[in-house]
Design a binder for this molecule. Structure first.
Ligand SMILES: [Fe+2]
Length: 210
């Protein structure tokens, strides 16, 4: 069971080494510090969003065949979670039911770590992850694209290609729009990983989600 997860961790290390931009040095430092810990067994958990969208997401990934194949091989050995700590009325049904993540390195992950979190994150096509922020500095490394972003509630969505990371400093507002293909990314929190995220209201959610 652990070999596919270990292979995925190795492929992620190779991918992170090639990333450029703000925050990527912090991410590499955290990964170098935590990523080689001995694997532990975690209870696996299947997930309907993963069952429905992961194959399509992986087939949309351009390049990086080792990473892609290792995600496919490791996926059944991971504990996939649809996060339910947001107020559903605030975060909206589409996101509440349309995403899943699996921790790989972190307090609950197969690679144990304290104060650092890295995993896979999947959002169904067309779903808008509403404006929010949190204390944790965060890197998104999107493997699929285009993916849409804004960093101020009410601002226009800006689309970016796959493999162009996004770095969010602590408490920077951010919102993510999945495009026509499922949004699949690596997410990394380099500090303050236990502080909760807060949704920030904007008056254009209905038009974005229409
Ligand atoms: Fe975030």
């Amino acid at each position: 069971m652990s070999a596919p997860v270990r292979a995925l961790i190795a492929a992620i290390g190779t991918y992170l080494d090639a990333l450029e931009g703000p925050g990527t040095d912090d991410v590499r430092a955290g990964f170098a510090h935590h990523g080689s810990a001995t694997l532990r067994t975690v209870a696996t958990r299947a997930n309907a969003v993963v069952d429905r969208h992961l194959v399509a997401a992986l087939s949309a990934v351009e390049g990086w065949p080792d990473l892609k194949n290792s995600i496919a091989a490791a996926a059944p050995h991971l504990r996939w979670v649809t996060y339910d700590l947001y107020d559903r009325a605030l975060i909206g049904d589409a996101f509440a039911d349309g995403h899943a993540f699996a921790s790989l390195v972190g307090p609950e992950g197969p690679v144990p770590a304290a104060g650092f979190e890295l995993g896979l994150f999947l959002i169904a096509p067309g779903v808008f992850y509403r404006d929010h922020n949190h204390a944790a500095p965060e890197l998104y490394a999107p493997l699929t694209g285009p993916h849409g972003w804004r960093f101020g509630p009410g601002d226009p969505i800006v689309w970016r290609p796959a493999h162009r990371p996004v770095w969010n400093e602590p408490f920077r507002p951010h919102a993510t729009m999945a495009g026509a293909v499922p949004f699949l990314c690596l997410y990394v929190w380099t500090a303050d990983i236990d502080a909760p995220a807060a949704v920030i209201r904007a008056d254009d959610w209905a038009s974005l989600e229409g």
